[in-house]
Ligand binder design. Structure first.
Ligand code: ADP
Ligand code: ADP
Ligand code: MG
Length: 665
């Protein structure tokens, strides 16, 4: 076995490989780009080598730099993960030329499966059932058109070199073929540098079922059963599970044997996946083979109890497969959800930013979280915006589904937009829960999955208001401590100085609309009025961002995470994003205007521009805050009196800290 390996990847998969290597006592070398200098995979590895700038083509895709890093660190083998160089036959060859083991199949197998058309030719010869279609060399547009007419519409035009759901065009009728072909070829050239296409009969309501295979260099090859990856958006997998619902033992054996035949036909060694497209009646056709570890491999690990990375390392070191076919069995059911920084409601647009708050559900034998990021890390625009893979296991599908619902509800992310709410709806949707699966599920269920924006639930508004009030109390206490006069009435934020009619309004924006909560102060509680109804409310801060809220006779636990004017409210397993209406947190009291002016971002007070007690006009500069290398002037929100400054010049303030006590005329 190797004593040191290099992982030519980043993110969750690099961390995943490191975990197994560490368990086996193998030292690990990470590689990283400038954007990843502080990334989790770099922190986890025993050593790390900088490759170059953030762009993958200048770092993670530069084979020579990676081989050089392996040479310098004495790594004996390279694990390519998925994506990047994992299916690059030149890189696999270069590894061999440099005397480093490529932890993957032989270059010849990568080449054989690299082109979807070449692969289909080989598979046809090996008696593997093929999707009806044309995969010949002649690329004459007129001939392709004639072939498509012969197959019968709808057809799918696919880039032979395609991947990741790219380079595919659905053609509904003959008249649309020429335009679709031209556009498919344009995308194929720009994305894959090769405009060779094939044409397939478009299967309606198909399921994507793939078989995990494993071969060693001693002639053994087994299948580790199937994964159902039918839940897709834009031909990309979103949710995967194993075993496939409705699979019979006979069909499983048939598909497993076809996959093993496919692997043997190309002299396969290592982990691979044979993807099939299946009709609702269970009949199936070969689609393509992915010659690497798949993103969704954990569901297979959960149902077989095997560590596929350990298998990869053993096989690459020349050992035989750990288990024979008849020693492998399925136990229970596993589901995986891909948690992305993306906005599902805006066409799955990627979202970038800092993970201001990140709290995954607790891991256990039933819940596994594979991730490459931690709280405070950045989701950058350079790489895939995946935050984590959430994997759950239980004895049967319904129990696993319940675990998934709970785990998704417990997952808290603030700072970037995520697909968590979308995934929660997905696992709750009757079609998915009832295993009525096909690749069009998301499209078919779109009314359920993309509901029209709803008014903010009243409890969420109340919780958001309590968040503001608790936070203000805290800020006032901090300010009092900082001022050295903890008893000054000017530091109190409980409204006592606003007379008996003390009342104020907290405004939140929810998308377009402004929603308001009126705050009245009682002796030890707030009277919050929202949607015309008043609730006696108390709040108590717990650890982190969590607090306990009492609403009349109900008690809730909630969290609010503030990022600029955004308020992420986590309540009952859902995240609601509201915006504080006034970025300066100007608050208003009945008749009187008063309250505090707060820092819009963390920074340093550089100058106080008024005297305590001074009367000023609306817009008068009160204080200068330096933040993010810029100066921000905090001005009087109305004509009134500066009661006190909460900080002296030179002091550091946190985001949202109260800066000035101010009473408007
Ligand atoms: P990629 O290399 O991008 O993964 P695949 O050939 O594996 O391309 O296809 C990706 C997805 O496109 C499949 O999972 C399936 O949803 C859909 N698809 C592919 N071929 C067909 C087909 N012949 N009919 C219907 N859907 C298909
Ligand atoms: P600490 O600085 O010790 O964590 P707190 O937890 O009381 O103190 O809160 C400070 C942080 O709370 C600030 O960094 C700010 O981002 C955040 N914050 C601001 N407004 C709110 C709010 N309404 N609810 C929850 N947190 C808030
Ligand atoms: Mg595929």
């Amino acid at each position: 076995m190797f004593t040191k390996i290099l992982i030519a990847n980043r993110g969750e998969i690099a961390c995943r490989v490191i975990k197994t290597a560490r368990r086996l006592g193998i030292r690990t070398v990470a590689v990283y780009s400038e954007a990843d200098a502080n990334a989790r995979h770099v922190r986890l590895a025993d050593e790390a080598v900088l490759l170059g700038p953030a762009a993958a083509r200048e770092s993670y895709l530069v084979g020579e730099k990676i081989l050089d890093a392996a040479r310098r660190t004495g790594a004996q083998a390279i694990h390519p993960g998925y994506g990047f160089l994992s299916e690059n036959e030149e890189f696999a060859e270069a590894c061999a030329a440099h005397g480093v083991v490529f932890i993957g199949p032989p270059a010849s197998a990568i080449r054989a499966m690299g082109s979807k058309s070449e692969a289909k030719k080989l598979m046809g010869a090996a008696q593997v059932p093929l999707t009806p279609g044309y995969h010949g060399d002649d690329q004459d547009p007129a001939l392709l058109h004639k072939e498509a007419d012969g197959i019968g519409y709808p057809v799918l035009i696919k880039a032979a070199a395609g991947g990741g759901g790219k380079g595919m065009r659905l053609v509904e009728k003959s008249g649309d073929f020429p335009e679709a072909l031209a556009s498919c070829k344009r995308e194929a050239i720009s994305s894959f540098g090769d405009d060779h296409v094939l044409i397939e009969k478009y299967i309606t309501r198909p399921r994507h079922i793939e078989i995990q295979v494993f071969a060693d260099s001693h002639g053994n090859c087994v299948y580790l059963f199937e994964r159902d990856c039918s839940v897709q958006r834009r031909h990309q997998k979103v949710l995967e599970e194993a075993p496939a619902p409705g699979m019979t033992a006979a069909r499983r054996r048939e598909m497993g044997q076809a996959a093993v035949a496919a692997a043997k036909a190309v002299g396969y060694v290592g982990a691979g996946t044979v993807e099939f497209i299946a009709n609702q009646d269970g009949s199936f056709y070969f689609m393509e083979m992915n010659t690497r570890l798949q993103v969704e491999h954990p569901v297979t690990e959960m149902i077989t109890g095997q560590d596929l990375v350990e298998w990869q390392l053993r096989v690459a070191a020349g050992q035989p497969l750990p288990l024979a076919q008849d020693a492998l069995a399925i136990r229970g059911h596993a589901l995986e959800a891909r948690i992305y920084a993306e906005d599902a409601d805006k066409g799955f647009l990627p979202s970038t930013g800092r993970l201001v708050s990140l709290a995954p559900p607790a891991e256990s034998l039933n819940v596994r979280v594979d991730t490459g990021v931690e709280e405070g890390d950045e989701i950058s625009p350079y790489y895939d915006p995946m935050i984590a893979k959430l994997i759950v296991w239980d004895e049967h599908r319904d129990a696993a589904l319940a675990r998934m619902r709970k785990a998704l509800a417990d997952y808290r992310v603030a700072g970037v937009t995520t697909n968590l709410a979308f995934l929660s709806r997905l696992v709750a949707c009757p079609a998915f829960a009832g295993a009525d699966l096909d690749t069009g599920l998301i499209e078919r269920q779109k009314d359920f999955l993309f509901p029209a924006a709803q008014a903010v639930p009243r409890d969420v508004l109340l919780v958001a208001a309590v968040g503001e009030l608790l936070w203000e109390q805290r800020a006032a206490k901090d300010a009092a401590r900082a001022s050295g006069d903890p008893w000054s009435p000017w530091h109190a934020r409980d409204g006592w100085r606003m007379n008996l009619s003390a009342a104020r309004t907290l405004g939140f924006r929810d998308g377009e609309g402004l929603v308001e909560v009126q705050v009245g102060y009682a002796r030890d509680a707030w009277q919050l009025t929202a949607n015309g109804q008043t609730t006696l409310t108390r709040g108590k801060k717990l650890e982190d961002d969590r607090f306990a809220v009492e609403l009349d006779d109900r008690r809730l636990i909630a969290s609010v995470v503030a990022v600029d004017d955004k308020r992420h409210v986590f309540l009952h397993g859902a995240t609601h994003v509201l915006f504080r209406d006034d970025p300066l947190h100007l608050v208003e009291a009945g008749g009187n205007t008063g309250g505090g002016l707060t820092a819009p971002m963390p920074g340093k007070v550089v100058a106080l521009l008024a005297q305590p007690g001074q009367k000023v006009d609306k817009g008068a500069p009160l204080l200068i805050l330096e933040a993010m290398k810029m100066e921000h002037t905090i001005t009087a929100p109305a004509a009134g009196t500066v009661e006190a400054f909460c900080y002296a010049a030179g002091e550091q303030v946190s985001d949202g800290a109260a800066l000035v006590e101010f009473t408007a005329d």
